[in-house]
Design a protein around this ligand. Structure first.
Ligand code: PLP
Length: 472
């Protein structure tokens, strides 16, 4: 592709992108293709001869777009959002154009230093103490893995990195039953073993039962196990429950346990002063992760990982082959030593663009609005006697179900599952489910960048009408 062709296609593409954003609501939210539909339309062999960009775009529209689920549709209420925004997209274009590989300071000093500063900005925005240092990771799963490996090395006095996983006794990791699966994945990968992940029951509000955590830690110590790491969650995946940082932190401090906080989704709400209570007890935290790529309008991927003692993280991950030795080593942050991958994208530029474009006030306004519309929706659901709210609405997740008259639980589960599929297949809205105490629960998240009260009201009418037309 020549420079002139690039320019021409680039202008066309910007136009395409702007139109997509303007017309997003004309697409069905959830793709309705069947398994294999897309695969069978792509030729079995790559082309031998060059093809034009026009033919690529033609096939993109015809073949790919029907198989896209539109995460940026304001009627996307499923999972947790993976938001983007125009300033983020523009920065992503620069990142791709520069194509820098930001593994060490010398491979792009500006990337390393902007990252360092962006982590300081974010730290201030969410109210973490100044002693924390941050690094951008690809996902919360990777950051949590980095935290648990570091905890493992700290507890084993850096023995396991050298001698292998069995060399330091049996290490135990604690989290609640509602904790994200990335914790279990990390415990498996680190060689600590799934059976040494102790899942603590939750209270009625789905937050970790800290009395039970304390008992579990004490029992483990009596039985010769070595407590290693505990994970508290701000905003669990199922119901957005908030664990008590102070209560878990105190148990960690008493027992020399690494304290990792997974705030992947709800961390963004810490930019609001009225939600800072969620990190009461922050002085106990060793590491903390949240995802600007979920609810802070920065397109995937961009995870912020904070650590109180980066020296422990670096000592855990550092590995120094000859070809990576530099004269600046020790004077600068070489982020390759701060996690699993060597190669790193220039993600800080997206954050810089998003934060400057919205301003802290603009970010706060949007996040606060999302929380407000969740609260309004929960009130509307509460008013209908044939619907039931199944978990406290803390932030912007509403867990509810349709519950007409007296029906048995099994029938209610089937009914709500059918309702969920009908709603999603309509293409008008998209929501996902969770199970709460055996109850099939609809789960609606009001966190898409452009969602408004209007979208939520229309969605609620659709949900009510669809439910009341079900055959009982
Ligand atoms: C989304 C989520 C994760 C996983 O995030 P990734 O960045 O996709 O790895 C982990 N924990 C919680 C609480 C989450 O909401």
């Amino acid at each position: 592709m020549t420079s002139d062709e690039f320019r021409k296609h680039g202008h066309y593409l910007i136009e395409w992108m702007a139109r997509y954003m303007e017309n997003i609501e004309s697409y069905p939210v959830k793709s309705s293709v069947q398994p294999g539909d897309i695969f069978k339309q792509i030729p079995g062999d790559p082309p031998e001869k060059p093809e034009s960009f026009e033919s690529l775009m033609h096939d993109f529209e015809e073949i790919i777009m029907p198989g896209i689920t539109h995460w940026q549709h304001p009627d996307f209420f499923a999972y947790f959002p993976a938001n983007t925004s125009p300033p983020s997209i523009l920065a992503e274009m620069i990142i791709a154009t520069l194509g820098t590989q930001c593994m060490i300071w010398e491979t792009s000093p500006a990337a390393a230093e902007l990252e360092e500063k962006m982590m300081i900005w974010l730290r201030g925005l969410i109210g973490l103490p100044d002693c924390f240092e941050g690094v951008i990771q690809d996902t919360a799963s990777t950051a949590t893995l980095a935290a648990i490996v570091t905890a493992r090395e700290k507890v084993s006095d850096f023995l396991i990195n050298d001698e292998g996983a069995t060399s330091a006794g049996i290490l135990r990791v604690y989290c609640s039953e509602q904790t994200h699966s990335s914790v279990e994945k990390a415990v498996r990968i680190t060689g600590l073993g799934k059976r040494n992940l102790v899942k603590i029951p939750v209270r009625d509000d789905f937050s970790i039962d800290t009395a039970k955590l304390k008992e579990a830690v004490e029992a483990d110590k009596r039985n010769g196990f070595m407590p290693c790491c505990a994970i508290a969650t701000l905003g669990t995946t199922g119901t957005m429950a908030v664990d008590s940082i102070r209560a878990v932190g105190e148990i960690c401090a008493e027992n020399n346990i690494w304290f990792h906080v997974d705030a992947a989704m709800a961390g963004t709400a810490l930019i609001l002063p009225e939600f800072r209570w969620m990190i009461d007890g922050k002085e106990f935290i060793d590491s903390f992760v949240f995802n600007p790529h979920k609810w802070m309008f920065t397109n995937f991927d961009c995870t912020a990982f904070f650590i109180r003692e980066p020296a422990l993280l670096i000592r855990t991950f550092e590995i120094l082959p000859e070809y990576l030795k530099t004269r600046t080593r020790g004077k600068v942050n070489d982020y390759r030593d701060w996690g699993v991958p060597l190669g790193r994208r220039f993600r800080a530029l997206k954050l810089w663009s998003v934060i400057r474009s919205y301003g802290a006030e603009g970010l706060r306004e949007k996040v606060r609005y999302h929380i407000n519309i969740a609260s309004c929706l929960s009130k509307m659901i509460y008013q209908e006697s044939d619907f039931e709210i199944l978990a406290p609405v803390m932030l912007n997740v509403i867990c509810f179900r349709y519950k007409p008259a007296e029906t048995d639980e099994k029938h209610l589960n089937n009914l709500n599952e059918e309702l969920n599929h009908l709603l999603n297949d309509s293409g008008k809205i998209y929501l996902t489910h969770t199970m709460i105490n055996g109850k099939y629960t609809l789960r609606m998240v009001t966190g898409q960048t452009n969602v408004t009260m209007d979208h939520v009201e229309k969605a609620w009418v659709l949900i009510k009408n669809t439910a009341r037309n079900l055959k009982l």
